[in-house]
Ligand binder design. Structure first.
Ligand code: SF4
Length: 365
């Protein structure tokens, strides 16, 4: 879709109503159109896709608007059938990644917020590729619609059925902003998109089922708190000292650990919510008993849960994932010595390069 055309995925329900009224159409037509977009998941303005739309509304939409769906450049499914990764094309030729993850009874979409990323985390394929541009709200919404639409498509039963995980009838329930990009670096567009995705007459993703993940953009965390945004927040820590963190996450030089923790404290005090702290486990680098204790000390007194994620290896970083025994030891220390809840995340879709940015980098050669 060209930039001059109005992308309907950019509009909240109210903005869509205002636009149609501006064109001298009825709010009823706006409501109808909204339903076709988010309940029917329509891809075109055709009579088949939008049968009850009056011809004059259809003609105006065809002339001036578009449904900013993103074509699939590549789709790969993990061998266990739990994870499907899409490389999606944008109108300017750029590509982004969106991942569909199946869990028992629910589906989560991992969506991107930028093309590339400016934060430069050393172990991340997106960070290694650098920053190109922000995504628009419509490009973020389109990723969730893409996943929702794919769940409706009939196809052969996934292998995962054998294990009792049924994608049939599954609905998109969860969204995590953990794809390419730093969501709080693209704050306005991300929050606008989330308002659209949360609309209870549309895709109706519950705020408690949306997680915004940041590498530690302090002004963004404070803004989330000030605006009392209802979504969940995940903060990527990876290290519990400023020196170790800055070596893994260059953004930590701009927003040092003490400022980050002060912002997290403000966030939790203001919103009353706990934060999920993400810790990528890298063998021999940040997975010792001392590291676990340093996390416990750092998060003492904060409402927190730690998500331990064994590293997804990338070509640009010479590190290996922590082995399962060391991950368990880490978790045990957090639980027994600090009463800190934690999970060890399953690594999803390793065989399809499902770590953020990996598919785009592989495709670009
Ligand atoms: S981990 Fe996230 S914030 Fe860091 S470079 Fe990758 S995409 Fe950006």
């Amino acid at each position: 879709m060209t930039a001059e055309r109005l992308n309907l995925y950019d509009l909240t329900r109210e903005q869509l109503r205002v636009q149609l009224v501006r064109w001298d159409f009825s709010p009823v037509h706006a409501a109808l159109l909204w339903n076709y977009l988010y309940l029917g998941l329509a891809e075109t303005f055709s009579e088949v896709a939008m049968p009850e739309l009056p011809p004059k509304v259809r003609a105006r939409l065809i002339a001036e608007a578009g449904i900013g769906g993103l074509p699939t450049a590549l789709a790969t499914e993990s061998s266990d059938g739990f994870t499907r990764k899409y490389l999606l094309g944008l109108a300017d030729g750029e590509r982004i990644e969106t991942v569909l993850m199946r869990f028992k009874g629910r589906v989560t979409a991992c969506v991107s917020s930028q093309v590339g990323c400016a934060m430069g985390c050393v172990f991340c394929a997106t960070g290694q590729m650098g920053y190109t541009r922000h995504l628009t709200p419509g490009e973020i919404v389109a990723q969730a619609v893409h996943v929702a639409r794919s769940l409706r498509q009939p196809g052969p039963p996934a292998k995962s059925n054998l294990l009792g995980y049924s994608p049939l009838g599954a609905r998109l329930r969860n969204i995590v902003l953990m794809g390419m990009g730093e969501p709080l670096h693209n704050y306005e567009a991300v929050m606008h998109a989330l308002d659209i995705l949360r609309d209870e007459t549309g895709l109706a993703i519950g705020a408690e089922r949306i997680t915004v993940s940041t590498v530690g953009v302090v002004p963004g965390i404070l803004r989330l708190a000030a605006e009392r945004r209802p979504e969940s927040l995940a903060v990527s820590l990876h290290a519990a000292t400023q020196a170790e963190r800055a070596a893994l996450v260059p953004a930590a030089r701009k927003w040092p650990l003490d400022e980050l923790m002060a912002a997290c404290r403000t966030y939790s005090e203001t919103t009353g919510r706990r934060i999920f702290y993400e810790w990528t486990l890298i063998e021999g680098k940040n997975d010792s008993a001392e590291h676990a204790r340093s996390v416990g000390v750092l998060l003492k007194g904060l409402p927190a849960q730690v998500n331990l994620i064994p590293l997804n290896p990338t070509a640009g970083f010479a590190g290996a994932p922590t082995r399962s025994e060391a991950a368990k030891r880490f978790q045990k220390i957090l639980a027994e010595e600090f009463k800190l809840p934690s999970t060890v995340r399953q690594r999803r879709g390793i065989d399809i390069a499902a770590g953020c940015g990996q598919l785009a980098v592989a495709e670009a050669g």
